[in-house]
Ligand binder design. Structure first.
Ligand code: KIV
Ligand code: ZN
Length: 529
Protein backbone atom coordinates (compact mmCIF):
# COMPACT_ATOMS: atom_id res chain seq x y z
CA UNK A 1 0.00 0.00 0.00
CA UNK A 2 1.42 3.37 -1.00
CA UNK A 3 1.81 6.09 1.61
CA UNK A 4 -0.94 8.71 1.52
CA UNK A 5 -0.56 12.45 1.04
CA UNK A 6 -3.31 14.26 2.95
CA UNK A 7 -5.12 16.87 0.89
CA UNK A 8 -6.22 19.88 2.95
CA UNK A 9 -8.40 22.14 0.86
CA UNK A 10 -8.48 25.83 1.75
CA UNK A 11 -10.51 27.12 -1.21
CA UNK A 12 -13.22 28.37 1.13
CA UNK A 13 -10.79 30.18 3.45
CA UNK A 14 -7.56 31.27 1.78
CA UNK A 15 -9.14 30.90 -1.69
CA UNK A 16 -11.97 33.18 -0.74
CA UNK A 17 -9.38 35.79 0.26
CA UNK A 18 -8.68 36.26 -3.48
CA UNK A 19 -9.22 39.92 -4.26
CA UNK A 20 -12.78 40.42 -5.46
CA UNK A 21 -13.95 36.87 -4.79
CA UNK A 22 -16.71 36.66 -2.31
CA UNK A 23 -19.00 33.70 -1.91
CA UNK A 24 -22.28 33.65 -0.10
CA UNK A 25 -23.13 30.95 2.44
CA UNK A 26 -25.21 28.87 0.01
CA UNK A 27 -22.44 28.85 -2.56
CA UNK A 28 -19.89 27.86 0.07
CA UNK A 29 -22.01 24.94 1.23
CA UNK A 30 -22.45 23.76 -2.36
CA UNK A 31 -18.70 23.98 -2.97
CA UNK A 32 -18.06 22.11 0.28
CA UNK A 33 -20.38 19.32 -0.87
CA UNK A 34 -18.50 19.14 -4.15
CA UNK A 35 -15.18 19.04 -2.27
CA UNK A 36 -16.57 16.11 -0.30
CA UNK A 37 -17.39 14.38 -3.59
CA UNK A 38 -13.85 15.11 -4.74
CA UNK A 39 -12.82 13.35 -1.54
CA UNK A 40 -10.50 15.92 -0.06
CA UNK A 41 -9.38 14.92 3.43
CA UNK A 42 -9.95 18.25 5.20
CA UNK A 43 -12.00 21.30 4.29
CA UNK A 44 -10.92 24.62 5.76
CA UNK A 45 -14.31 26.32 5.71
CA UNK A 46 -13.40 29.82 6.84
CA UNK A 47 -12.19 32.07 9.61
CA UNK A 48 -15.17 32.07 12.00
CA UNK A 49 -14.30 35.02 14.21
CA UNK A 50 -13.80 37.37 11.29
CA UNK A 51 -17.48 38.02 10.53
CA UNK A 52 -20.96 36.67 11.22
CA UNK A 53 -21.19 35.39 7.65
CA UNK A 54 -17.93 33.49 8.00
CA UNK A 55 -19.19 31.99 11.24
CA UNK A 56 -22.47 30.93 9.66
CA UNK A 57 -20.73 29.43 6.63
CA UNK A 58 -18.37 27.36 8.78
CA UNK A 59 -21.26 26.23 10.94
CA UNK A 60 -23.42 25.17 7.99
CA UNK A 61 -20.57 23.41 6.21
CA UNK A 62 -19.66 21.58 9.42
CA UNK A 63 -23.19 20.22 9.56
CA UNK A 64 -23.45 19.40 5.84
CA UNK A 65 -20.47 17.23 4.95
CA UNK A 66 -18.94 14.00 6.14
CA UNK A 67 -15.35 15.27 5.94
CA UNK A 68 -13.13 16.75 8.63
CA UNK A 69 -13.91 20.47 8.70
CA UNK A 70 -11.58 23.07 10.13
CA UNK A 71 -11.73 26.78 10.86
CA UNK A 72 -8.90 29.24 11.25
CA UNK A 73 -8.21 31.03 14.54
CA UNK A 74 -5.53 33.46 15.61
CA UNK A 75 -3.53 32.33 18.63
CA UNK A 76 -5.94 33.90 21.10
CA UNK A 77 -8.65 32.31 23.22
CA UNK A 78 -11.52 34.33 21.79
CA UNK A 79 -10.82 33.19 18.20
CA UNK A 80 -10.38 29.57 19.26
CA UNK A 81 -13.56 29.59 21.32
CA UNK A 82 -15.53 31.07 18.39
CA UNK A 83 -13.98 28.56 15.97
CA UNK A 84 -15.10 25.75 18.27
CA UNK A 85 -18.64 27.16 18.45
CA UNK A 86 -18.80 27.20 14.64
CA UNK A 87 -17.32 23.72 14.24
CA UNK A 88 -18.89 21.75 17.04
CA UNK A 89 -21.77 20.38 14.90
CA UNK A 90 -19.33 18.62 12.55
CA UNK A 91 -18.88 14.88 12.48
CA UNK A 92 -15.15 15.51 12.74
CA UNK A 93 -13.46 18.85 13.20
CA UNK A 94 -10.03 20.36 13.59
CA UNK A 95 -8.99 23.71 15.05
CA UNK A 96 -6.27 25.48 13.07
CA UNK A 97 -4.48 28.20 14.99
CA UNK A 98 -1.60 30.37 13.84
CA UNK A 99 0.72 33.23 14.69
CA UNK A 100 3.42 35.10 12.73
CA UNK A 101 6.95 33.98 13.54
CA UNK A 102 9.28 35.67 11.05
CA UNK A 103 11.29 38.63 12.36
CA UNK A 104 9.48 40.95 10.02
CA UNK A 105 6.06 39.80 11.24
CA UNK A 106 7.15 39.94 14.86
CA UNK A 107 8.65 43.42 14.55
CA UNK A 108 5.84 44.93 12.48
CA UNK A 109 2.73 43.18 13.76
CA UNK A 110 3.70 43.08 17.41
CA UNK A 111 5.13 46.58 17.77
CA UNK A 112 3.41 47.15 21.07
CA UNK A 113 5.77 46.89 24.01
CA UNK A 114 3.25 44.60 25.70
CA UNK A 115 4.78 41.85 23.58
CA UNK A 116 8.29 42.71 24.79
CA UNK A 117 10.88 45.38 24.04
CA UNK A 118 13.52 43.45 22.16
CA UNK A 119 13.15 40.93 19.36
CA UNK A 120 14.30 38.25 21.80
CA UNK A 121 11.56 39.15 24.29
CA UNK A 122 8.91 39.34 21.59
CA UNK A 123 9.95 35.95 20.23
CA UNK A 124 9.54 34.51 23.72
CA UNK A 125 6.04 36.02 23.99
CA UNK A 126 4.97 34.68 20.58
CA UNK A 127 6.24 31.22 21.47
CA UNK A 128 4.25 31.31 24.69
CA UNK A 129 1.12 32.53 22.91
CA UNK A 130 1.47 29.71 20.35
CA UNK A 131 1.85 27.09 23.05
CA UNK A 132 -1.08 28.44 25.06
CA UNK A 133 -3.28 28.64 21.97
CA UNK A 134 -2.60 25.00 21.09
CA UNK A 135 -3.23 23.91 24.67
CA UNK A 136 -6.51 25.86 24.73
CA UNK A 137 -7.63 24.41 21.38
CA UNK A 138 -6.78 20.99 22.75
CA UNK A 139 -9.50 21.42 25.40
CA UNK A 140 -12.05 21.21 22.54
CA UNK A 141 -10.53 18.54 20.29
CA UNK A 142 -7.50 16.32 19.88
CA UNK A 143 -7.20 17.42 16.28
CA UNK A 144 -5.24 20.67 16.52
CA UNK A 145 -3.11 22.17 13.77
CA UNK A 146 -0.62 24.95 14.35
CA UNK A 147 0.90 27.25 11.70
CA UNK A 148 3.90 29.51 12.30
CA UNK A 149 2.87 32.13 9.75
CA UNK A 150 5.60 33.26 7.33
CA UNK A 151 7.65 30.19 8.23
CA UNK A 152 9.29 30.53 4.80
CA UNK A 153 11.11 33.63 6.12
CA UNK A 154 11.40 32.56 9.75
CA UNK A 155 14.82 32.02 11.29
CA UNK A 156 15.32 28.25 11.29
CA UNK A 157 16.54 28.06 14.91
CA UNK A 158 13.45 29.89 16.17
CA UNK A 159 11.19 27.86 13.88
CA UNK A 160 12.59 24.65 15.38
CA UNK A 161 11.80 25.97 18.88
CA UNK A 162 8.24 27.02 17.98
CA UNK A 163 7.43 23.76 16.21
CA UNK A 164 8.84 21.70 19.07
CA UNK A 165 6.92 23.70 21.69
CA UNK A 166 3.61 23.51 19.86
CA UNK A 167 3.92 19.77 19.32
CA UNK A 168 4.67 19.43 23.02
CA UNK A 169 1.50 21.44 23.69
CA UNK A 170 -0.52 18.99 21.62
CA UNK A 171 -0.48 20.03 17.94
CA UNK A 172 -0.86 16.89 15.83
CA UNK A 173 -0.25 18.73 12.56
CA UNK A 174 2.38 21.44 12.16
CA UNK A 175 1.84 23.42 9.02
CA UNK A 176 4.81 25.26 7.53
CA UNK A 177 3.49 28.14 5.43
CA UNK A 178 5.48 29.95 2.80
CA UNK A 179 3.08 32.83 3.35
CA UNK A 180 4.73 35.24 0.92
CA UNK A 181 5.74 32.72 -1.75
CA UNK A 182 9.37 33.72 -1.19
CA UNK A 183 11.26 30.46 -1.03
CA UNK A 184 12.80 28.38 -3.80
CA UNK A 185 11.88 24.69 -4.13
CA UNK A 186 15.22 23.27 -3.01
CA UNK A 187 15.43 25.80 -0.17
CA UNK A 188 11.90 25.02 1.06
CA UNK A 189 12.50 21.29 0.82
CA UNK A 190 15.71 21.73 2.84
CA UNK A 191 13.74 23.65 5.48
CA UNK A 192 11.40 20.69 5.90
CA UNK A 193 14.33 18.26 6.06
CA UNK A 194 16.00 20.46 8.69
CA UNK A 195 12.84 20.50 10.82
CA UNK A 196 12.66 16.74 10.64
CA UNK A 197 16.26 16.54 11.78
CA UNK A 198 16.20 19.12 14.55
CA UNK A 199 12.73 19.02 16.12
CA UNK A 200 13.09 16.35 18.80
CA UNK A 201 9.38 15.38 18.91
CA UNK A 202 8.63 15.70 15.19
CA UNK A 203 7.52 12.06 15.01
CA UNK A 204 4.47 13.04 17.10
CA UNK A 205 3.01 15.30 14.42
CA UNK A 206 2.37 15.36 10.70
CA UNK A 207 4.22 18.00 8.71
CA UNK A 208 1.99 20.04 6.44
CA UNK A 209 2.88 22.78 3.97
CA UNK A 210 0.96 25.78 2.70
CA UNK A 211 2.64 27.54 -0.21
CA UNK A 212 1.72 30.80 -1.90
CA UNK A 213 2.37 31.46 -5.54
CA UNK A 214 3.95 34.93 -5.66
CA UNK A 215 6.85 33.63 -7.79
CA UNK A 216 4.82 30.90 -9.47
CA UNK A 217 6.47 28.23 -7.30
CA UNK A 218 3.67 27.14 -4.96
CA UNK A 219 3.21 23.71 -6.52
CA UNK A 220 6.95 23.12 -6.96
CA UNK A 221 7.58 24.12 -3.34
CA UNK A 222 4.81 21.83 -2.10
CA UNK A 223 6.20 18.89 -4.06
CA UNK A 224 9.70 19.59 -2.83
CA UNK A 225 8.34 19.58 0.72
CA UNK A 226 6.68 16.21 0.09
CA UNK A 227 10.00 14.89 -1.15
CA UNK A 228 11.50 15.95 2.18
CA UNK A 229 8.89 14.51 4.52
CA UNK A 230 5.73 16.66 4.43
CA UNK A 231 2.65 14.46 4.31
CA UNK A 232 -0.14 17.05 4.16
CA UNK A 233 -0.48 19.78 1.53
CA UNK A 234 -2.75 22.76 1.79
CA UNK A 235 -4.08 23.87 -1.54
CA UNK A 236 -7.01 25.42 -3.38
CA UNK A 237 -9.07 24.66 -6.45
CA UNK A 238 -7.71 26.55 -9.47
CA UNK A 239 -4.91 27.85 -7.21
CA UNK A 240 -7.03 30.79 -6.05
CA UNK A 241 -6.06 32.64 -2.89
CA UNK A 242 -4.49 35.69 -1.35
CA UNK A 243 -2.55 37.78 -3.98
CA UNK A 244 -1.12 35.35 -6.60
CA UNK A 245 -2.93 32.47 -4.91
CA UNK A 246 -2.08 29.15 -3.31
CA UNK A 247 -0.78 25.86 -4.66
CA UNK A 248 -3.39 24.45 -7.07
CA UNK A 249 -4.96 21.25 -5.77
CA UNK A 250 -5.48 19.80 -9.24
CA UNK A 251 -1.82 20.32 -10.19
CA UNK A 252 -0.43 18.70 -7.04
CA UNK A 253 -2.83 15.78 -7.22
CA UNK A 254 -2.26 15.11 -10.92
CA UNK A 255 1.52 15.49 -10.55
CA UNK A 256 1.43 12.81 -7.85
CA UNK A 257 -0.87 10.62 -9.91
CA UNK A 258 0.59 10.95 -13.40
CA UNK A 259 4.06 10.47 -11.98
CA UNK A 260 3.21 7.86 -9.37
CA UNK A 261 6.14 5.88 -10.76
CA UNK A 262 8.41 8.71 -9.56
CA UNK A 263 6.68 9.68 -6.30
CA UNK A 264 5.29 6.41 -5.01
CA UNK A 265 2.48 8.18 -3.10
CA UNK A 266 -1.26 8.17 -3.39
CA UNK A 267 -4.00 10.64 -2.52
CA UNK A 268 -7.64 9.86 -1.82
CA UNK A 269 -8.81 12.32 -4.48
CA UNK A 270 -11.53 11.25 -6.92
CA UNK A 271 -9.76 12.80 -9.89
CA UNK A 272 -12.77 12.50 -12.23
CA UNK A 273 -14.42 15.21 -10.11
CA UNK A 274 -11.61 17.72 -10.68
CA UNK A 275 -13.11 19.45 -13.71
CA UNK A 276 -16.59 19.91 -12.24
CA UNK A 277 -15.12 21.28 -9.03
CA UNK A 278 -12.89 23.68 -10.93
CA UNK A 279 -15.82 25.02 -12.98
CA UNK A 280 -18.12 25.31 -9.99
CA UNK A 281 -15.55 27.36 -8.08
CA UNK A 282 -14.91 29.54 -11.11
CA UNK A 283 -18.60 30.16 -11.78
CA UNK A 284 -19.38 31.02 -8.15
CA UNK A 285 -16.32 33.21 -7.51
CA UNK A 286 -16.27 34.88 -10.93
CA UNK A 287 -12.52 34.09 -11.09
CA UNK A 288 -12.05 32.88 -14.64
CA UNK A 289 -9.65 29.98 -15.23
CA UNK A 290 -6.91 31.07 -17.63
CA UNK A 291 -7.12 29.06 -20.87
CA UNK A 292 -3.61 27.65 -20.56
CA UNK A 293 -4.01 26.68 -16.89
CA UNK A 294 -2.53 23.23 -16.25
CA UNK A 295 -5.06 20.39 -15.85
CA UNK A 296 -8.28 22.46 -15.97
CA UNK A 297 -7.73 25.24 -18.54
CA UNK A 298 -9.75 25.20 -21.77
CA UNK A 299 -6.56 24.58 -23.73
CA UNK A 300 -5.08 21.98 -21.41
CA UNK A 301 -6.04 19.20 -23.81
CA UNK A 302 -6.26 21.16 -27.09
CA UNK A 303 -3.75 20.42 -29.82
CA UNK A 304 -3.17 23.22 -32.31
CA UNK A 305 0.02 22.51 -34.29
CA UNK A 306 -0.40 20.24 -37.32
CA UNK A 307 2.37 17.92 -36.22
CA UNK A 308 0.76 17.54 -32.81
CA UNK A 309 -2.70 16.96 -34.26
CA UNK A 310 -1.29 14.33 -36.58
CA UNK A 311 0.50 12.62 -33.70
CA UNK A 312 -2.58 12.67 -31.44
CA UNK A 313 -4.71 11.19 -34.21
CA UNK A 314 -2.25 8.30 -34.42
CA UNK A 315 -2.02 7.89 -30.65
CA UNK A 316 -3.06 10.36 -27.96
CA UNK A 317 -0.03 9.38 -25.91
CA UNK A 318 2.27 11.11 -28.38
CA UNK A 319 1.41 14.49 -26.89
CA UNK A 320 -0.81 13.78 -23.86
CA UNK A 321 0.44 12.63 -20.47
CA UNK A 322 -3.10 12.35 -19.08
CA UNK A 323 -6.46 12.27 -20.75
CA UNK A 324 -9.10 14.97 -20.50
CA UNK A 325 -11.60 12.31 -19.37
CA UNK A 326 -9.32 11.28 -16.50
CA UNK A 327 -9.98 14.66 -14.80
CA UNK A 328 -13.65 14.62 -15.70
CA UNK A 329 -13.87 16.61 -18.92
CA UNK A 330 -16.89 15.17 -20.73
CA UNK A 331 -16.08 13.43 -24.00
CA UNK A 332 -19.13 14.82 -25.77
CA UNK A 333 -20.81 18.17 -25.19
CA UNK A 334 -24.17 17.83 -23.49
CA UNK A 335 -26.69 20.21 -24.97
CA UNK A 336 -30.03 20.96 -23.34
CA UNK A 337 -32.86 22.93 -24.93
CA UNK A 338 -36.38 24.08 -24.13
CA UNK A 339 -37.72 20.54 -24.68
CA UNK A 340 -35.29 18.86 -22.30
CA UNK A 341 -37.76 18.86 -19.43
CA UNK A 342 -37.37 19.00 -15.70
CA UNK A 343 -35.87 15.50 -15.40
CA UNK A 344 -33.28 16.15 -18.07
CA UNK A 345 -32.25 19.36 -16.33
CA UNK A 346 -32.18 17.73 -12.87
CA UNK A 347 -30.03 14.86 -14.13
CA UNK A 348 -27.52 17.16 -15.81
CA UNK A 349 -27.27 19.47 -12.78
CA UNK A 350 -26.61 16.45 -10.60
CA UNK A 351 -23.84 15.29 -12.92
CA UNK A 352 -22.30 18.75 -12.68
CA UNK A 353 -22.25 18.46 -8.88
CA UNK A 354 -25.28 20.55 -7.84
CA UNK A 355 -27.56 19.15 -5.15
CA UNK A 356 -30.84 21.00 -5.35
CA UNK A 357 -33.84 20.89 -3.09
CA UNK A 358 -37.26 20.44 -4.75
CA UNK A 359 -38.00 24.18 -4.57
CA UNK A 360 -34.58 25.15 -5.91
CA UNK A 361 -35.01 22.69 -8.74
CA UNK A 362 -38.33 24.26 -9.66
CA UNK A 363 -36.73 27.71 -9.53
CA UNK A 364 -33.83 26.47 -11.67
CA UNK A 365 -36.26 24.97 -14.16
CA UNK A 366 -38.21 28.25 -14.47
CA UNK A 367 -35.00 30.17 -15.10
CA UNK A 368 -33.83 27.48 -17.50
CA UNK A 369 -37.02 27.81 -19.55
CA UNK A 370 -36.66 31.61 -19.59
CA UNK A 371 -33.13 31.22 -20.87
CA UNK A 372 -34.10 28.57 -23.39
CA UNK A 373 -36.53 31.07 -24.91
CA UNK A 374 -33.62 33.36 -25.70
CA UNK A 375 -30.96 30.77 -26.40
CA UNK A 376 -31.49 27.57 -28.34
CA UNK A 377 -28.67 25.46 -26.98
CA UNK A 378 -27.93 25.45 -23.29
CA UNK A 379 -24.49 24.15 -22.40
CA UNK A 380 -22.88 23.14 -19.12
CA UNK A 381 -21.28 26.55 -18.61
CA UNK A 382 -24.68 28.24 -19.04
CA UNK A 383 -26.04 26.00 -16.29
CA UNK A 384 -23.11 26.71 -13.99
CA UNK A 385 -23.59 30.44 -14.42
CA UNK A 386 -27.33 30.07 -13.89
CA UNK A 387 -26.67 28.35 -10.58
CA UNK A 388 -24.43 31.14 -9.25
CA UNK A 389 -26.50 33.94 -10.68
CA UNK A 390 -29.99 32.83 -9.78
CA UNK A 391 -30.25 29.80 -7.58
CA UNK A 392 -27.67 30.59 -4.93
CA UNK A 393 -28.08 34.34 -5.07
CA UNK A 394 -28.91 35.68 -1.64
CA UNK A 395 -31.42 38.46 -1.05
CA UNK A 396 -30.50 41.54 -2.95
CA UNK A 397 -30.91 44.95 -1.42
CA UNK A 398 -30.98 46.58 -4.87
CA UNK A 399 -32.83 44.77 -7.62
CA UNK A 400 -33.35 45.96 -11.19
CA UNK A 401 -36.98 46.16 -12.25
CA UNK A 402 -36.65 47.59 -15.74
CA UNK A 403 -34.07 49.13 -18.03
CA UNK A 404 -34.60 51.09 -21.18
CA UNK A 405 -31.59 52.16 -23.24
CA UNK A 406 -31.44 54.05 -26.50
CA UNK A 407 -28.28 54.10 -28.54
CA UNK A 408 -27.49 56.34 -31.45
CA UNK A 409 -23.99 55.83 -32.76
CA UNK A 410 -22.09 59.08 -33.06
CA UNK A 411 -24.12 60.85 -30.36
CA UNK A 412 -24.80 60.13 -26.71
CA UNK A 413 -26.82 57.20 -25.33
CA UNK A 414 -29.66 57.48 -22.84
CA UNK A 415 -30.66 55.00 -20.11
CA UNK A 416 -33.67 54.92 -17.81
CA UNK A 417 -33.63 52.46 -14.96
CA UNK A 418 -36.03 51.46 -12.25
CA UNK A 419 -34.60 49.73 -9.15
CA UNK A 420 -36.28 48.11 -6.19
CA UNK A 421 -34.65 49.17 -2.92
CA UNK A 422 -36.18 47.28 -0.04
CA UNK A 423 -39.89 47.89 -0.43
CA UNK A 424 -39.75 51.04 -2.53
CA UNK A 425 -38.80 51.68 -6.13
CA UNK A 426 -36.52 54.40 -7.45
CA UNK A 427 -36.15 55.50 -11.03
CA UNK A 428 -33.82 57.84 -12.92
CA UNK A 429 -32.32 58.54 -16.33
CA UNK A 430 -28.95 59.66 -17.57
CA UNK A 431 -27.03 60.28 -20.76
CA UNK A 432 -23.59 58.83 -21.30
CA UNK A 433 -20.82 58.23 -23.80
CA UNK A 434 -22.25 54.86 -24.66
CA UNK A 435 -25.01 52.55 -23.44
CA UNK A 436 -22.96 51.11 -20.55
CA UNK A 437 -21.83 54.52 -19.35
CA UNK A 438 -25.41 55.83 -19.54
CA UNK A 439 -26.69 52.79 -17.61
CA UNK A 440 -24.09 53.13 -14.84
CA UNK A 441 -24.81 56.86 -14.55
CA UNK A 442 -28.56 56.21 -14.36
CA UNK A 443 -27.94 53.71 -11.52
CA UNK A 444 -25.73 56.23 -9.70
CA UNK A 445 -28.38 58.94 -10.04
CA UNK A 446 -31.16 56.64 -8.88
CA UNK A 447 -29.24 55.38 -5.84
CA UNK A 448 -27.12 58.42 -5.06
CA UNK A 449 -23.93 56.38 -5.46
CA UNK A 450 -20.78 57.11 -7.40
CA UNK A 451 -18.30 54.31 -7.54
CA UNK A 452 -15.22 54.54 -9.68
CA UNK A 453 -14.94 51.40 -11.72
CA UNK A 454 -11.60 49.65 -11.29
CA UNK A 455 -12.23 47.09 -14.00
CA UNK A 456 -14.97 46.17 -16.43
CA UNK A 457 -14.77 42.92 -18.42
CA UNK A 458 -17.13 41.26 -20.85
CA UNK A 459 -16.82 37.71 -22.14
CA UNK A 460 -19.15 35.28 -23.72
CA UNK A 461 -20.01 32.27 -21.56
CA UNK A 462 -20.21 29.89 -24.52
CA UNK A 463 -19.78 30.24 -28.27
CA UNK A 464 -22.48 31.29 -30.77
CA UNK A 465 -24.42 34.42 -31.69
CA UNK A 466 -27.01 33.85 -29.01
CA UNK A 467 -24.37 33.21 -26.34
CA UNK A 468 -24.83 34.80 -22.94
CA UNK A 469 -22.52 37.68 -22.13
CA UNK A 470 -20.93 37.70 -18.73
CA UNK A 471 -19.91 41.08 -17.34
CA UNK A 472 -17.58 41.46 -14.37
CA UNK A 473 -17.31 44.82 -12.64
CA UNK A 474 -14.86 45.60 -9.87
CA UNK A 475 -14.76 48.65 -7.63
CA UNK A 476 -12.48 49.52 -4.72
CA UNK A 477 -14.06 50.92 -1.57
CA UNK A 478 -13.17 50.81 2.12
CA UNK A 479 -9.71 49.56 1.06
CA UNK A 480 -11.29 46.43 -0.40
CA UNK A 481 -12.18 45.14 -3.84
CA UNK A 482 -15.84 44.38 -4.56
CA UNK A 483 -16.84 42.33 -7.55
CA UNK A 484 -20.18 41.97 -9.26
CA UNK A 485 -21.21 39.69 -12.06
CA UNK A 486 -24.15 39.93 -14.39
CA UNK A 487 -25.16 37.49 -17.09
CA UNK A 488 -27.66 37.93 -19.88
CA UNK A 489 -28.01 37.41 -23.60
CA UNK A 490 -28.06 41.24 -23.64
CA UNK A 491 -24.73 42.68 -22.47
CA UNK A 492 -26.17 46.04 -21.43
CA UNK A 493 -28.58 44.27 -19.10
CA UNK A 494 -25.67 42.09 -17.90
CA UNK A 495 -23.66 45.28 -17.21
CA UNK A 496 -26.48 46.80 -15.16
CA UNK A 497 -26.88 43.56 -13.18
CA UNK A 498 -23.12 43.40 -12.54
CA UNK A 499 -22.94 46.99 -11.31
CA UNK A 500 -25.94 46.48 -9.05
CA UNK A 501 -24.37 43.33 -7.67
CA UNK A 502 -21.21 45.26 -6.77
CA UNK A 503 -23.36 47.76 -4.93
CA UNK A 504 -25.23 44.92 -3.22
CA UNK A 505 -21.95 43.37 -2.18
CA UNK A 506 -20.71 46.66 -0.78
CA UNK A 507 -24.00 47.20 1.02
CA UNK A 508 -23.80 43.74 2.62
CA UNK A 509 -20.21 44.43 3.63
CA UNK A 510 -21.04 47.69 5.37
CA UNK A 511 -23.99 46.06 7.13
CA UNK A 512 -21.77 43.27 8.34
CA UNK A 513 -19.04 45.66 9.47
CA UNK A 514 -21.56 47.22 11.83
CA UNK A 515 -22.34 43.79 13.20
CA UNK A 516 -18.85 42.41 13.79
CA UNK A 517 -18.84 39.46 16.11
CA UNK A 518 -15.84 40.64 18.06
CA UNK A 519 -13.68 43.62 18.61
CA UNK A 520 -10.15 42.92 17.47
CA UNK A 521 -7.75 41.86 20.16
CA UNK A 522 -5.48 44.63 19.06
CA UNK A 523 -5.41 46.52 15.83
CA UNK A 524 -2.07 45.28 14.53
CA UNK A 525 -2.88 41.71 15.44
CA UNK A 526 -6.27 41.98 13.77
CA UNK A 527 -4.68 42.47 10.38
CA UNK A 528 -2.83 39.19 10.30
CA UNK A 529 -4.77 37.34 7.61
O1 KIV B 1 -0.45 31.96 4.20
C1 KIV B 1 -0.53 31.71 5.41
O2 KIV B 1 0.44 31.77 6.17
C2 KIV B 1 -1.82 31.32 5.92
C3 KIV B 1 -1.82 30.78 7.32
C4 KIV B 1 -2.91 31.35 8.13
C5 KIV B 1 -1.81 29.27 7.29
O3 KIV B 1 -2.81 31.36 5.23
ZN1 ZN C 1 -2.21 31.44 3.06
Amino acid sequence: MKEKIVIFDTTLRDGEQSPGASLNVLEKVEIARQLAKLKVDIIEAGFPVSSPTQFEAVQQIAESVDVTVTGLARAVEQDIQVAYEALKGARRFRIHTFIGTSDIHIKEKFRDNRYGRTLKDKRATILKMAQEAVAFAKTFTDDVEFSPEDAGRTDIGYLVEVVEATIAAGAVTVNIPDTTGYTMPAEFGAKIAELRKRVSNIDQAMISVHCHNDLGLAVANSLSAIQNGARQVECTINGIGERAGNAALEEIVMALKVREDYWGFQTGIQVEEIFNTSRMVSAFTGLIVQPNKAVVGDNAFAHEAGIHQDGVLKSRQTYEIMSAESVGVAKTRMILGRHSGRHGLAARLKELGYNLSKEDLQHAYDKFVELADKKKEILDDDLRILMGDEIYATDRHYEMQSLHVSVDTGTTSTATISIKVGDRAVQDSAVGDGPVDATFKAIDRALGTKASIESYQVRSVTAGRDAQGEVLVRIRRHGRLFMGRGVSTDIIEASAKAYLQVLNDEWAYTQEAQNKLTTPVDESFAQTV
